[in-house]
Design a protein around this ligand. Structure first.
Ligand code: 13P
Length: 253
């Protein structure tokens, strides 16, 4: 049985005190209504990581993720944070390949493959993001684009390492726009991603990998998206910044 996962990507939001408060409210909310079948992942900014790990330590269901890691292992790379440093604070996951990183920081598939290697070499689970732009979808190139993002950015890993990967499908046109992919569009792409994983790593691995949907996912649309056969949860941006909304989404399975 593959894992159901709801991950909150806080992006560049919340000061340290605000972040502590949000985690406390999420735990408080979960103590009232919790879907224990769901793995919860919180991805605050780097500055929060150690605190977040401490705050969720009593709550096995919640893990902490970094939003990025360096493609280098260590050394003179001012401003970068290595996978080893991330692992050293007790963080278990890292998000790699978010479209905002691809777009604003020019992260290529090649760089992303190095980041994935760094993460896996340092015992981190990877949430690997892929997604097409609206132009690519309008040109009917969305399947091709997703396949090349996976092939060039992720598929250098070994058969054993795929067990440490979660894939997040986040169509760029749906991120922060209020335009969600329809449940059918999400299912169609998730099924395609599972097929591409199966071609490379075999059916068993493909059936076990969790594939999350991201892009304007909210408490009002999560249920219909999570109901789809190949959707195993969500990577949530805006709605992860409010405890009630986030826990509503967790309880949407
Ligand atoms: P929104 O949920 O704000 O659209 O963001 C999605 C996202 O980018 C999560 O990584």
């Amino acid at each position: 049985m593959r894992k159901k996962i709801v991950a909150g990507n806080w992006k560049m939001n919340k000061t340290l005190p605000e972040g502590k408060q949000l985690i406390k409210s999420i735990i408080d909310e979960l103590n009232h209504r919790n879907n224990k079948e769901v793995k919860i992942v919180l991805a605050p900014s780097f500055v929060h990581l150690q605190n977040a790990v401490e705050l969720v330590s009593e709550f096995n269901q919640i893990s902490v993720a970094a939003q990025n890691c360096s493609d280098k292992s260590s050394g003179a790379y001012t401003g970068e944070v290595s996978a080893e440093i991330i692992n050293s604070v007790g963080c278990e996951y890292v998000i790699i390949g978010h479209s905002e990183r691809r777009l604003y920081y020019l992260e290529t598939n090649n760089i992303l493959s190095e980041k994935v290697n760094q993460a896996l070499n340092n015992q981190l689970h990877v949430i690997f993001c892929c997604g097409e732009s609206i132009e690519e979808r309008n040109d009917q190139k969305h399947f091709e684009i997703i396949k090349s993002q996976l092939t060039e950015g992720l598929f250098q890993i070994s058969d054993n390492q795929i067990d440490k990967i979660v894939i997040a499908y986040e169509p760029v046109w749906a991120i922060g726009t209020g335009l969600t992919a329809s449940p059918e569009q999400a299912q169609e792409m998730h099924q395609f991603i599972r097929m591409v994983v199966s071609e490379k790593f075999g059916e068993h691995k493909a059936n076990n990998i969790s594939i999350l949907y991201g892009g304007s996912c909210s408490s009002s649309n999560a249920k219909s998206i999570f109901n789809q056969k190949d959707v195993d949860g969500g990577l949530i941006g805006g709605a992860s910044l409010k405890s009630v909304d986030f826990v509503d989404i967790i309880n949407s399975f």
